[in-house]
Design a protein around this ligand. Structure first.
Ligand code: CA
Length: 421
C-alpha cells in the first residue's frame, strides 16, 4: 500500500531541505494570480498547484466528487465533502507528484503549476463560528499568578473542563494583513476612572486552531472518541490581544474588545492526516476528567512553535519556542465539550487552542508572560528591548513538525502592527 507520509517519498517538484512543504505535507489553501480568479490549491516546495486545473486535466476523475468545489474562493465546500473525499484528493496529489511517476507535459505544467512568489495567498476559509479555548496549563497558571492570586492561579473549574469563550470571526484574517493598534478604554495604574487611548499593552498569543468539516444538528453532542472525524486540520493562529483593554473590560463576562480587533492565521490548512506521524500523548490529567471528556492514546501533536519579533528596519529575533504537545486539553476534548450541551457546529468553524506556553521561560507564548506583566525586558538581537509590541513591529510565527528529513510546516503568520488609526 502507498504510504503518503513515508519519509522515503520524494517529488519531481524540487523541495529545499528546510521547506515547510515536502510531498508528505500537501496543505490546502486558496490563491489567485493577476490573471486568474481565486482557486483552491496545494503546495510542494515553492510551487503552488492549482487544484481546479488538476481537475480540468482529469486528474481527479477517479474520485467521486464534485470538482467544482475547487473553483471557490474558500476551502469550505471542499472540506464539506468529508474526509472520505478530502483524504483521496490528498492521496492522489501525493501520487501524481511522486518522483516515481512521470512529470506532467509542459503544456499541463503551465496550466497547473505556479511559482509561489507569483501568487497571492488568500484567506483560506470563511470562518463561521469561532471559539477560543484556554487549554495550556502553563499559560493559565502564569496569567492566574499575574492577574489574580499566585497561590491559587488556576480557578476551580480549570482541570475539569476546557475553558473557552465565543469569539468573533469577522476579524480573523490571513497572514500579511497589517493590523492597526486598537483604541479603547483603559485604566492606567493609579487612576480612578478609565481613559480613552490607543492600547499601550499590545500583545500576541501563540495558538493553533482546528477547523471542522461538517455540521451537527442542534441538540446533538459529538462523542469525544469520534471528535477527530469532524476536524479537517489545523492552522497557525496569532490571537492579537490588547492587555490593558482586556484587563478593564473582562470581568464579569470575559474577553471582548481587547481580543477582536484582529486575529491572523497562516494561509495553509494542514490536515490531521499529515500530522499523524507526529502524535504524542498529552499531559496526564489529574483529577480524572468526567467520562464525556475521557480520551485514550496519542491526542496531542509534536509541533514546534516559534515567535519572532522584527522591529522596523531590523532583523527578526526569536523570542519564543513552544510546542503544541504541551496542551493540557486536546482537540477531541475541546470539540466534545463545545457540543456537550447540544450546541451545533458547522463546516468552517474555527477553534483556537488558547495561548500555548511551555514550562520554561523561553517557551511562554505571549509577551505578557515573556515580560512577566511588563516587569522584565525582552531582549532582541539588535540590542533593542520590548515589553509589549511597538508600532511598526512585525510578529512572525512559525510552526513545523519535524521527523528526521521530513518537515511538515504551516507557512509563516506575518503581522505588522501599525499605529492606531
Ligand atoms: Ca486567545
Amino acid at each position: 500500500m502507498f504510504e503518503i507520509n513515508s519519509p522515503l517519498n520524494n517529488s519531481w517538484i524540487p523541495v529545499a531541505v528546510d521547506s515547510d512543504f515536502p510531498i508528505q505535507n500537501i496543505p490546502f489553501g486558496v490563491f489567485k494570480t493577476q490573471r486568474s480568479e481565486p482557486r483552491c490549491c496545494t503546495r510542494i516546495g515553492d510551487t503552488i498547484i492549482d487544484l481546479a486545473a488538476l481537475a480540468e486535466n482529469g486528474y481527479f476523475d477517479d474520485i467521486e466528487m464534485d470538482s467544482s468545489v475547487f473553483y471557490s474562493s474558500t476551502l469550505n465546500d471542499f472540506m464539506s465533502c468529508g474526509k472520505s473525499v478530502t483524504s483521496k484528493v490528498r492521496e492522489q496529489i501525493a501520487l501524481l507528484f511522486n518522483s516515481q511517476n512521470p512529470e506532467f507535459p509542459n503544456q499541463q505544467k503551465s496550466e497547473i503549476l505556479y511559482p509561489a512568489d507569483e501568487v497571492l495567498m488568500l484567506m483560506p476559509i470563511t470562518v463561521g463560528d469561532y471559539t477560543d479555548f484556554y487549554s495550556s496549563i502553563e499559560h493559565a497558571t502564569n496569567v492566574g499568578k499575574m492577574f489574580r492570586d499566585p497561590e491559587n492561579a488556576l480557578l476551580p473549574n480549570w482541570k475539569h473542563l476546557p475553558v473557552g469563550y465565543h469569539g468573533r470571526s469577522s476579524s480573523i484574517v490571513v497572514s500579511g494583513t497589517d493590523i492597526h493598534r486598537p483604541k479603547g478604554q483603559i485604566l492606567p495604574a493609579g487612576v480612578e476612572n478609565p481613559i480613552f487611548s490607543p492600547s499601550r499593552l499590545m500583545d500576541f498569543e501563540l495558538e493553533m486552531a482546528f477547523i471542522t468539516n461538517r455540521s451537527t444538528e442542534l441538540g446533538d453532542s459529538i462523542p469525544v472518541e469520534n471528535a477527530e472525524e469532524y476536524i479537517f486540520g489545523f492552522t497557525l493562529f496569532n490571537d492579537l490581544s490588547a492587555r490593558d483593554i482586556q484587563k478593564w473590560e473582562y470581568v464579569p463576562l470575559g474577553p471582548f474588545l481587547g481580543k477582536n480587533f484582529g486575529s491572523v492565521i497562516s494561509p495553509w490548512i494542514i490536515t490531521l492526516e499529515a500530522l499523524e506521524p507526529f502524535r504524542v500523548e498529552g499531559p496526564v490529567q489529574v483529577p480524572e476528567v468526567l467520562p464525556y471528556l475521557k480520551t485514550t492514546g496519542k491526542r496531542n501533536f509534536d509541533i514546534n512553535l516559534e515567535v519572532y519579533l522584527q522591529p522596523e528596519d531590523s532583523s527578526p529575533s526569536l523570542i519564543c519556542q513552544s510546542n503544541h504537545k504541551y496542551l493540557y486539553w486536546n482537540i477531541a476534548q475541546q470539540l466534545a465539550h463545545q457540543t456537550i450541551n447540544g450546541c451545533n457546529i458547522n463546516s468552517g468553524d474555527m477553534y483556537a487552542s488558547g495561548t500555548i506556553s511551555g514550562p520554561t521561560e523561553n517557551s511562554f507564548g505571549s509577551m505578557l508572560e515573556l515580560s512577566w506583566g511588563g516587569k522584565k525586558d525582552i531582549h532582541l538581537a539588535d540590542g533593542q528591548t520590548r515589553k509589549f509590541i511597538q508600532d511598526n513591529d512585525t510578529i512572525i510565527m512559525k510552526a513545523y513538525a519535524q521527523n528526521g528529513s521530513v518537515r511538515i510546516g504551516f507557512g509563516d503568520v506575518i503581522t505588522k502592527i501599525l499605529p492606531a488609526k
